[in-house]
Design a protein around this ligand. Structure first.
Ligand SMILES: *Cc1c(COP(=O)(O)O)cnc(C)c1O
Length: 344
């Protein structure tokens, strides 16, 4: 494993910020009165769900795509979710062809969402691995550039712009809570925050079903985990055994990690809806989930929680809000109507 973390610096994050201004928005940081009362400290929600694609991934995708040379034939990626939307949106902004590859298991709504952003969608094979082979073919035969979801310097620098905005808005933040999957988001934010404010703690939060980065950090090297269906579907997937950047950044800069269960995520989605009136996808509710589960009882001051996206299937969201059972592959999550946790 090569670790060239020095390729990503506060300077490259500040350059990313200039590059993506006008495409990704500077998102608001809004107080959550209820979560603040539970925490006993100010909780501020960083509203990445309000990006034009409904998730932060536009930042990294735009920074990577805007840095490409003018004669590039186009871009591709293998993503069913927010990264695919980010690549499609940023490519359209630059007038570039974008081909997003997916397996035939991907639901219609996701395909239509990406097509609506102007990208070509290619449905290939029965797994993401087969879809990735089509990406590789497009790179080899048609000269498209494969945009990585989390493990290249321009993508990580793009996500890191969130950290700069946070510290500019609130230099007194004691803690930043970040949803953690491949680690582009957490790695970029942690690098920016720890450089600007070394005493601010940055905590990564994953679901306990298949947390690839957390398992890798424990093992001291990138490891594979079994991918299981989760309410936090945007946090699924591996970090790549050949990981070059995001693993080292998370290992070196994160102050800690927390795992949350599916039942806790379910409750986090409910709380953000009933208390803050927000429609959030599971992956963006892990911070609220951890807080409400009593896993953040050591907070020390003003805390920012990254609300990373809102692209949840609306039928699933309605089921959670109504307190109905949810089926995740072979796991049935028993329904539970929302009940407020009164502050201690
Ligand atoms: C991709 C994603 C994450 C995790 O980002 P990584 O860089 O893979 O760690 C968190 N939340 C949402 C909504 C995402 O789409």
């Amino acid at each position: 494993m090569v670790t060239a973390v020095s390729d990503i610096t506060l300077a490259s994050i500040l350059a990313a910020r200039r590059a993506i201004a006008g495409t990704a928005i500077e998102t608001p940081l809004v107080p959550s009165p209820y979560l603040s009362s539970v925490a006993g400290h100010e909780i501020l929600l960083k509203m990445e769900m309000t990006q034009p694609i409904g998730a932060f991934k536009l930042r990294g995708a735009a920074n990577a795509i805007f840095a490409l040379p003018d004669d590039v034939a186009g871009v591709t990626c293998c993503s069913t979710g927010n990264h695919g939307r980010g690549v499609a949106f940023a490519a359209r902004e630059r007038g570039l062809r974008a081909v997003i590859c997916m397996s035939k298991l991907v639901p219609r709504a996701k395909i239509d969402g990406i097509k609506a952003l102007g990208a070509e969608v290619r449905i290939i094979g029965a797994s993401q691995d087969e879809a990735q082979l089509e990406c590789d073919r497009l790179v080899g035969e048609e000269g498209l550039v494969d945009i990585s979801p989390f493990d290249t310097p321009p993508v990580i620098a793009g996500q890191g712009t969130i950290g700069v905005e946070l510290m500019e808005h609130r230099a007194d933040l004691a803690t930043v809570l970040v949803p953690l999957s491949g680690g582009g988001l957490a790695g970029g934010i942690a690098l920016a925050v720890k450089t600007m404010s070394p005493r601010t703690r940055v905590i990564g939060i994953s679901m306990d079903r298949g947390p690839a980065m957390v398992e890798s950090m424990r093992a001291g090297k990138p490891v594979d985990v079994e991918e299981l269906p989760s309410l936090a579907d945007s946090l699924g997937g591996g970090i790549g055994l050949e990981n070059q950047y995001s693993f080292a950044l998370c290992r070196d800069y994160l102050d800690g990690t927390i795992l949350v269960s599916e039942a806790e995520i379910y409750r986090g989605v409910q709380a953000l809806y009933f208390e803050d009136r927000l429609v959030c996808e599971g992956g963006s509710a892990v911070g609220a989930a951890a807080l409400l589960a009593g896993k953040l009882d050591d907070l020390e001051g003003p805390t920012a929680m990254i609300i990373s996206g809102r692209n949840i299937d609306m039928k699933l969201h309605a089921d959670i809000i109504q307190g109905r059972d949810v089926v995740l592959g072979d796991l049935t999550l028993p329904g539970k109507p929302y009940a407020r946790r009164e502050p201690d």
